[in-house]
Design a binder for this molecule. Structure first.
Ligand SMILES: [Cu+2]
Length: 442
């Protein structure tokens, strides 16, 4: 569903429906009756009006993951609860500087985020504009969504209760078991790889090929880089360039991945079969320098915060700074026109992830190792017994928003905090410039 003339108006019905999935007929929790619901395609500055009709027997709501938009009112407000039988009219006015790339949508009602997302409720959002950073020879390349979802099932139902992160799960691409992805030898394609499942990690590889990363979590990178595997925690997205190999087939795989002694061992699986055939093309030179972005390394830090993740011995309850989520408590405050630095400590024996709504962040270091600046992201792993440091700039939206672990089982069991963004000092160059006497608030 693509926007036209700056606007997209749509209706999404949440309903329990039987879907055909990996050769089985299974009851799923769906958007518009589909396990793989419509991809929403918008442009920076667009207005999205989305009526969500709740036809299931539990409350739900909608989060537009990664999108820089107001967290209040009828916008990306996860404190809204749509009761069974109700319709809620979302209205998102996206800014003109919205970063192009791959995003996604999923439910966010605390305690129900994992079962609903795992049940099938998640889809892709694309913000157009990434191609303009590509060299001319690549501007019209074929583009593919590679949406990673997984499901556990019992009898004729996708499991939505008592989800065990480590239980065997069927991993599908765009709702299909091992689909074929066609490419020509030497052809460069843009793949939008998105982990839109509830809990699991992927370590994606295409043997004999490399991925050239051009965007992360809907942020074009400052300079592209090439890797042979990509670890993708739940909720993260990588837009990559892939070049077709010699004629033949190659399995797109997820490799074994371990998240620590209190975590999980995810086994290898084939995700898709890449078929290289047809007339060979002369490989194009990939881009190197890409999209400029503000490096926060030299920013003045207005406040430093520590966010400590812990869990109980049984691994069934999860905490941030010793507390479980309470929507009525403000845990952290951000002020407009300031930059903050957050240290996220993981005092547990499994990898968690760190995700913030509304504003993306720059990863400064992992376990004390400084990280090269490639741009912003909205989700990052926090290694067991390790730490990360991120910086974030509050530039426009005020309101209550959240930060949390995006392993949704953990979020549902407490690992989420409220971040309130409030007015801050005047931005330089505005009428409330600090140079004007009597207007400075800090
Ligand atoms: Cu976690």
């Amino acid at each position: 569903m693509a926007s036209k003339n700056g606007s997209l108006r749509t209706r999404i019905v949440v309903e329990r429906k039987k879907v055909r999935l990996a050769g089985k007929e299974l009851w799923a929790l769906t958007y518009n009756g589909q396990y793989m619901p419509p991809t929403l395609r918008i442009k920076p500055g667009d207005h999205l009006r989305l009526a969500m009709v709740n036809k299931i027997d539990k409350m739900t709501n909608l989060h537009v993951h990664g999108l820089h938009v107001s967290p209040s009112g009828h916008s990306d407000n996860i404190f809204v609860m749509i009761e069974p039988g109700e319709t809620f009219h979302y209205s998102y006015q996206f800014p003109r500087n919205l970063a192009p790339g791959t995003y996604w949508y999923h439910p966010h009602p605390h305690t129900l985020s994992a079962p609903q997302t795992a049940g099938g409720m998640s889809g892709i959002i694309i913000v157009d504009g990434l191609r303009r950073y590509l060299p001319k020879a690549l501007r019209n390349i074929t583009e593919r969504v590679v949406a990673l979802k997984d499901f556990q099932w019992v009898d004729d139902q996708i499991k939505t209760a008592d989800l065990s992160i480590g239980a065997p799960t069927t991993r599908v691409v765009n709702g299909q078991l091992n689909p074929a992805i066609h490419i020509r030898p030497g052809e460069t394609q843009l793949w939008r790889i998105a982990n839109i499942g509830a809990n699991i990690f992927y370590k994606v590889a295409l043997p004999g090929h490399r991925f050239r990363v051009i965007a992360r979590d809907g942020n074009p990178v400052t300079k592209t880089y090439s890797v042979d595997t990509i670890v993708i925690p739940a909720a993260a997205r990588y837009d990559v360039l892939v070049e077709g190999g010699p004629p033949g087939t190659t399995a797109l795989k997820t490799l074994p991945y371990n998240t620590g002694t209190a975590g999980n061992q995810f086994p290898e699986a084939t995700l898709a079969t890449v078929v290289s055939r047809g007339k060979a093309m002369t490989p194009a030179q990939p881009p190197s320098a890409f999209a400029p972005a503000r490096d926060l390394a030299k920013a003045k830090i207005a406040a430093r915060r520590t966010i400590t993740y812990t869990e109980n011995a049984a691994g069934t309850q999860f905490y941030i700074n010793g507390k479980q989520f309470d929507p009525n408590r403000i845990d952290f405050t951000g002020r407009l026109n300031t930059v903050q630095e957050w240290t996220v400590r993981n005092n547990s024996d499994e990898t968690h992830t760190f995700h913030v709504h509304t504003n993306d962040f720059q990863l400064m270091s992992t376990n004390g190792r400084p990280q090269t600046f490639y741009g912003y992201q909205d989700t990052v792993d926090v290694p067991p017994r390790g730490n990360i440091v991120v910086r974030t700039s509050f530039e426009d939206y005020t309101g209550k928003t959240v930060l949390h672990c995006h392993i949704l089982n953990h979020e549902d069991k407490g690992m989420m905090s409220v971040l309130e963004i409030v007015d801050g000092p005047a931005a330089p160059g505005t009428r409330k410039d600090p140079a004007a006497p009597g207007t400075r608030k800090d």
